[in-house]
Design a protein around this ligand. Structure first.
Ligand code: PLP
Length: 290
């Protein structure tokens, strides 16, 4: 509950990937609510390949010392020692991230054993509820990180919300079956059906590259936005970072969106055909809820 409250504090905000102190300062000045400290942003991981692991604690500490906003860092899925090390670094949140190379292809982290809150990716409600059951305090769409292509983030946000709407119309006996099909605890399924919403915040991530993308995701109903490669792979990171923050705050105001979208210079080039990309973060389908 305390950890979920910490995640609630980020609501309506933008969380930016940063690779050094200079970028972290740009993110903070632009109004980011948090930064994600990384050695390589997803676009570079895609390009370079190799095993992507937790960042050097030295980088995380430097960034923590340089900014006053919360600092997040990524651990590999299932790598509970990377998570222990990041907790020892006193990061504010840990992202159990599919953007890094998976360390355990069966078990996600037991996130209940840490004091630090965790954010996890999801593509559908079943995945979201399994991560919450494991102790995630915050969710994000998986999207398709490093592509600058918002299509998968849109798909995942719509999927989670559609799944919630379908649950809300179910009878109790149908909810038991839904829980079984989603491989999620019945009590959690029942709670979501009753509330018509998730018990934790759900941000957009994976392909957001423009102010319009950020506002699109907000209008689709997410609670905030992660921007990875979109900012520091663009022509003018300072201006784009500010514009994306403004667009996320004023996501319903087309006039503001028009203004902040004006004259930003080229966005990251990105990848339009995700399936044609040789280094692909898309992973095994985990429990589709149909
Ligand atoms: N994320 C990644 C990267 C995976 O490879 C898998 C599946 O095996 C999952 C998530 C799904 O895990 P779960 O079925 O527990 O949601």
């Amino acid at each position: 509950k305390v950890k979920q409250g910490l995640a609630q504090m980020l609501k309506g905000g933008v969380i930016m990937d940063v690779m050094n102190v200079e970028q972290a300062k740009i993110a903070e000045a632009a109004g980011a609510v948090a930064v994600m400290a990384l050695e390589r942003i997803p676009a570079d991981i895609r390009r370079d390949g190799g095993v992507a692991r937790m960042s050097d604690p030295a980088l995380i500490k430097e960034i923590k010392n340089a900014v006053t906003i919360p600092v997040m860092a990524k651990a590999r899925i299932g790598h509970f020692v990377e998570a222990q090390i990041l907790e020892a670094c006193e990061v504010d949140y840990i992202d159990e991230s599919e953007v890094l190379t998976m360390a355990d292809d069966v078990h996600h982290l037991d996130k209940t054993v840490y004091n630090v809150p965790f954010v996890c990716g999801c593509r559908n409600l079943g995945e979201a509820l399994r991560r919450i059951a494991e102790g995630a305090s915050m969710l994000r769409t998986k999207g398709e990180a490093g592509t600058g292509n918002v299509v998968e983030a849109v798909r995942h946000a719509r999927q989670v919300q559609g799944d919630i709407r379908r649950l809300s119309s179910m009878s109790k006996d149908e909810l038991y079956v839904a829980a079984k099909e989603m491989r999620a605890p019945y009590e959690l399924v029942k709670q979501v059906a009753e509330d018509g919403k998730l018990p934790v915040v759900n941000f957009a991530a994976g392909g957001v590259a423009t102010p319009a993308d950020a506002a699109l995701m907000m209008q689709l109903g997410v609670d905030g936005v992660f921007v990875g490669s979109g900012i520091f792979k663009s022509h003018n990171p300072e201006a784009r970072a500010r514009a994306i923050v403004q667009a996320t705050t004023h996501y319903k105001d087309p006039k503001v969106l028009m203004e902040v979208s004006t004259g930003l210079g080229p966005a990251m080039v990105g990848i339009s055909d995700i399936n044609a990309d040789p280094v692909n973060f898309r992973d095994r389908e985990g429990g589709e809820f149909t």
